[in-house]
Design a binder for this molecule. Structure first.
Ligand code: URP
Ligand code: ZN
Ligand code: ZN
Length: 472
């Protein structure tokens, strides 16, 4: 199939220009001015519209078992919501259990492949470390998995020596290590004390996970990466001002450390957890303060932070009440599991479809970041860091024709009925947005047209990623 996207304003991470895009099959064939439509080509008129690479979200958790339930978007419903939010590639996570890593990867494919509606990959969680696991890490490269995630919190955290060994092994293979940075020992102590004192409300989720732990863990991770021979490190879901300071410090010392924040950390604070429906904001790491929001914004503006991801991990607010989803009633246990005890609230939020529309209005329309920074943060940088570029995250001849056509004039009152996540709430309820997706193409096929869904389960494909991606 041949498609010509005519008269749009192309926005890449580096430049903005008027051009047409010719798509042959799944790939961009040509970019230029006044391209003629080949016979039989479908022509999309993009005049007045902006044309960008499809979004890449490097941090999602679909179908993730947690706290006696499961995240409420699976690999189909989450991909569909992502597509409606302008995203064409997601990178999710493979959980590690006691099986060999390749078995975990195989189990992941069994859940994801047939449901996938956009292109996807996965990072490998390393939550158990011994010589056998170390020997298995190279197997991941054969599977096209070139990144591993480690934790300094949750029961699955590793001790510092193991963290350093993971980073050293990953570095030797051209892999990136992702770090969830909090202090698990301190959190365990504070949670125990809070429960003993009868503190059970959602705000205590935040109060027992202080930002000092996150700050300290970013510095610790950076120091371990340095001692692992300069291992590439990517700090996920940055949430605290001091983390940005530590990232800045690490980078000023020439360390290959990169960072990601998520929209929720740019807008919300611990005060949101104090509301009657505060459980909606419970995620780990937690929301902080207005000063933290502001420092994270500056980190994005100044390029200290390279990526905006979402950490999409949705749960129903009230999973006892069904919602309509594609003509069916669906109810999945959610935040109500922790209504009497904050430690039982499943951690996580919806977000995969919110990132681009929310950041366009609050970042670009407000003048905080340029359209090119928007593309860099949401599309190109995550593709580059995780070995997807230039197949993904780029408008270049030879790249996959994953294209987002954006209507900068469209005004939308955002909320749960606009976002397509399979859950019963949205954090940005009632927000007035200017600029919204018009069409989304996945490898040359229109999968979202206006408000119409044209994608399908199995329409997405697992993307094998390259090692030795550049450190940005
Ligand atoms: O609350 C969150 N973020 N849940 C997902 C797991 C994680 O740590 O990213
Ligand atoms: Zn995490
Ligand atoms: Zn996460």
């Amino acid at each position: 199939m041949t498609t010509l996207i005519k008269s749009g304003t192309l926005i890449t991470a580096a430049e903005t220009f008027q051009a047409d895009i010719l798509i042959e099959g799944e790939k961009i064939a040509l970019i230029g001015e006044n391209l003629a439509a080949p016979e039989g080509a479908e022509v999309i008129d993009a005049s007045g519209k902006l044309v960008m690479p499809g979004g890449v979200d490097a941090h999602t958790h679909f179908d993730l078992p947690m706290a006696g339930t499961v995240s409420s978007d699976d690999h189909y419903t989450g991909h569909k919501a992502a597509a409606f939010g302008g995203v064409t590639t997601v990178i999710d996570f493979v959980s590690q259990d006691t099986s060999p890593l390749l078995k975990n990867v195989e189990m992941y494919h069994e859940k994801a492949d047939a449901r996938a509606a956009i292109d996807f990959s996965a990072h490998m969680n390393i939550t158990r470390w011994d010589e056998q696991v170390e020997r298995e890490i190279p197997d991941l490269l054969d599977e096209g998995i070139t990144s591993v995630k480690v934790f300094t919190a949750y029961t699955m955290r590793l001790p510092d020596g193991a963290l350093m060994e993971v980073m050293r092994t990953a570095r030797s293979l051209g892999m990136v290590t992702l770090l969830h940075a909090e202090n698990g020992d301190v959190i365990d102590l504070l949670v125990k004390e809070a429960l003993e004192q009868g503190h059970l409300t959602p705000e205590w989720h935040a109060l027992t996970r202080p930002s000092w732990g996150a700050v300290e863990a970013v510095l610790r991770g950076s120091a371990l990466a340095a001692q692992a021979g300069g291992a590439p490190l990517y700090i996920v879901h940055m949430n605290a001002a001091g983390e940005v300071d530590m990232l800045e410090y690490a980078r000023s010392r020439g360390l290959p450390v990169m960072g990601e924040t998520c929209p929720q950390y740019l807008f919300f604070t611990v005060d949101d957890l104090r509301k009657p429906d505060g459980a909606k904001w419970v995620c780990s790491p937690p929301m902080r303060t207005k000063e933290d929001n502001e420092r994270l914004w500056r980190g994005l503006e100044q390029g200290t932070i390279q990526v905006v991801g979402t950490d999409h991990c949705p749960f129903f607010f009230d999973g006892t009440q069904a919602i309509d989803y594609e003509g069916e009633k669906v109810a999945i246990p959610g935040k109500e599991l922790g209504k009497d005890n904050f430690t039982k609230i499943p951690n996580g939020l919806p977000g995969v479809g919110d990132r681009l529309p929310i950041l366009w209005t609050t970042g670009v329309v407000s003048g905080r970041i340029t359209p090119n920074q928007f593309v860099a943060l949401n599309c190109t940088n995550p593709a580059r860091i995780f070995g997807l570029y230039p197949q993904k995250g780029a408008l270049l001849p030879g790249s996959d024709a994953d294209i987002l056509i954006w209507d900068p004039e469209r005004k939308v009152k955002y909320g749960v009925n606009v976002a397509q996540h399979r859950t019963d709430y949205n954090l940005y309820e009632g927000w007035e947005l200017t600029g919204f997706r018009d069409k989304v193409l996945l490898r040359g096929k229109v999968i979202v047209d206006g408000d119409e869904w044209l994608g399908k389960p199995g329409g997405g494909r697992f993307v094998r990623r390259a090692p030795y991606a550049p450190v940005l």
